[in-house]
Design a protein around this ligand. Structure first.
Ligand code: MG
Length: 281
């Protein structure tokens, strides 16, 4: 079976944990997932200039990832309080901003929007759960108008809850961006078994790795480590992607922007590893 499996990397212009565009070019990587640029940057003029630059570099954006001011991954507890569409006080404003990011992504010619929804309330009969569902229904409806799909990042929910959530939203442009490391970081469990369960919904992946916490899973973070050196089992991950029929981009994530030299080097090592595995699988 041949697949595209084009190598990608998570990139940032002025916000987020990704690498700079120049680094993407230096590494010879041809696709990116782009963290949504800050509000002031999301103008038609910037979209045109950025598109021109990407063309010159030979780089294609596969996905624009939503990101909002005030989000913090400092701890699992703070993540639950600040990330995505779950925090009540910012929900409506973030939905409005997500519409703007979707419109900006359309100007860039991008047809996929990635998102962390946050820790979805567990009581499915609660008004809060229903309101989160309604929020994502509104978001997918807006994306539909822009010819876009929404890819929910895995991690904060176990995959059964995620599948229930997708069914409850009931939109046919709602899919998954599968990040195997997040399941380990958040203490959700085995990423390979999870991937098999949600395989048909997977439209994007992060090649990211992690080791589980020595503390309390679900309370204390595990550690993010270079792809291929943690508990994901990179070869089995790619073999399972093939098994579930995934043929999209393999987007490397290494979330250490505070150490750019090391970030670049370790992404380069991940590219080498993925190329070796692609040749073998
Ligand atoms: Mg990720």
């Amino acid at each position: 079976m041949s697949t595209n499996w084009e190598i990608g990397v998570f990139a940032s212009i002025d916000a987020g944990l990704g690498v700079k565009l120049e680094v993407v070019r230096e590494l010879g990587i041809k696709t990116i997932q782009l963290h949504a640029p800050a509000k002031a940057s999301r103008t038609p003029e910037n979209a045109a200039a950025f598109t021109k630059k990407l063309k010159e570099y030979g780089i294609e954006i596969t996905t624009v990832f939503l990101g909002f001011e005030g989000e913090s991954y400092a701890s699992i507890k703070i993540t639950a309080e600040t990330v995505g569409f779950v925090p009540k006080t910012t929900r409506a404003a973030r939905l409005a901003e997500a519409f703007e990011i979707s419109d900006f992504a359309k100007l860039l010619g991008v047809s996929a929007i990635g998102s962390h929804i946050g820790f979805v309330p567990h009581d499915k009969d609660s008004a809060d759960y229903k309101d989160v569902i309604k929020t994502i229904q509104d978001l997918t409806a807006h994306l539909q108008k822009n010819g876009q799909t929404l890819h929910l990042e895995t991690g904060q929910e176990d995959v059964d809850s995620l599948l229930t959530f997708i069914a409850n939203v009931g939109a046919d442009n709602l899919f998954i961006n599968f990040d195997p490391a997040n399941l380990i970081l958040y203490g959700i469990g085995d990423p390979i078994g999870a991937l098999k369960k949600v395989g048909k919904f997977v439209r994007g992946v992060h090649c990211k790795d992690a080791t589980a916490t020595a503390g309390t899973p679900g309370v204390d973070w595990g550690s993010e480590v270079p792809f291929g050196t943690g508990q994901v089992n990179a070869e089995l991950f790619l073999r399972t992607l093939k098994e579930v029929g995934y043929a999209g981009a393999l987007t490397i994530e290494r979330e250490i922007p505070e150490e750019p030299a090391r970030q670049k080097e370790e992404i380069g090592q991940a590219v080498k590893l993925i190329n070796e595995l692609k040749a073998k699988i």
